[in-house]
Design a protein around this ligand. Structure first.
Ligand SMILES: NC(=O)c1ccc[n+]([C@@H]2O[C@H](COP(=O)([O-])OP(=O)(O)OC[C@H]3O[C@@H](n4cnc5c(N)ncnc54)[C@H](OP(=O)(O)O)[C@@H]3O)[C@@H](O)[C@H]2O)c1
Length: 281
């Protein structure tokens, strides 16, 4: 049996979510002890139960990754308990419908005080929600990286961030999400350059369209029927389908493994069924 990962510890934020619950499961299957982080204990416990059922090791910690003090305290606690942190997967992130307009192009109605209650242009969005999306995707990546990298300095370590197709070119209505995911690619490069001399590699994956319970409502499924937006995505995806959470694990496993990607840092790997190969025309 290959024991390379046996004593390694990975921290996975967003580990109760659709993609990173699977990533956590797949890392645990390699023998890595996985520290599951998110705000909701029940979601994390579900991932933990699945890991334990397959014989893996894990621990659950609730924490808001945008809370700088809390994430530093968590990192201290994790290091005190496990004595090492080898990998950090910054999977926590997300969007918020309140931050999005309902329309795709400016309409003078959005400046009209007497507009219908359900009319929502860019002037009518909730800007607090907009800022919270920026915060989770950017500071929610920055703070954990800073907090956990302290324990990787000089020992080697690998960080994997989560970008998006929006990082390259914004999807309609996704202003805050796209802006913040573009920032993740840039931050990945900047932090990779900064921490290279500390022996820490920092990369990202950019998932294409992965169906989860929430995005199913927006996209539908190839099997059960697509929404208009879902059909637009599929028309733009040469491989003709949405991705699966497990598709991300392969890229994550490659990026954390020094034997395979030891000279790779600062890149973002699209896992997108070819979405980025087409201009849409
Ligand atoms: N699904 C896709 O198609 C897709 C495409 C491109 C990129 N991505 C990115 O890939 C990552 C994972 O996506 P996903 O689809 O698996 O999303 P998901 O199912 O919504 O999972 C995200 C997880 O992050 C946690 N989280 C959110 N805010 C947090 C905070 N402030 N502190 C700690 N944890 C927080 C959430 O749990 P709590 O609410 O309990 O904290 C949730 O379990 C995200 O960064 C997402 O933006 C996804």
């Amino acid at each position: 049996m290959n024991t390379y990962f046996q004593d390694k510890v990975a921290v996975v934020t967003g580990a109760g979510g659709m993609i990173c619950s699977q990533v956590s499961l797949d890392l645990a299957a390699l023998g890595i002890t996985v520290v599951l982080v998110g705000r909701t204990a029940e979601k994390l416990e579900k991932t933990a139960a699945a890991i334990r059922e397959q014989g893996g090791n894990c621990a659950v910690y609730t924490c808001d990754v945008t809370d700088e003090k809390a994430i530093y305290a968590l990192a201290d606690e994790v290091y005190a308990k496990f004595g090492r942190v080898d990998y950090l997967i910054n999977g926590a992130g997300g969007n918020n419908a309140k931050a999005q307009p309902a329309i795709v192009a400016f309409d003078p109605m959005e400046l009209d005080e007497n507009r219908p209650a359900d009319f929502k242009g860019l002037y009518n969005i909730d800007t607090e929600a907009f800022e919270s999306v920026l915060r989770i995707n950017t500071m929610g990546t920055f703070y954990p990286t800073m907090a956990f990298a302290r324990f990787m300095v000089g020992k080697g370590g690998s960080v994997v961030n989560f970008a998006s197709m929006n990082s390259y070119c914004p999807l309609t209505r996704n202003f805050a999400y796209a802006m913040s995911k573009a920032a993740v690619v840039n931050l990945t490069q900047a932090m990779a350059a900064y921490f290279a001399n500390a022996g820490i590699r920092i990369n990202a994956v950019a998932p294409g369209f992965i169906v989860n319970e929430r995005s199913k409502l927006i996209l539908g499924t190839v099997e059960e029927g697509l929404t208009k937006r879902g059909q637009d995505v599929i028309n733009h995806t040469p491989m003709g389908n949405f991705g699966k959470a497990a598709d991300m694990s392969g890229a994550v496993k490659w990026l954390i493994d020094d034997r395979a990607s030891g000279f790779v840092t600062g890149i973002t790997v699209p896992v997108d069924g070819g979405f980025l190969t087409l201009s849409g025309v």
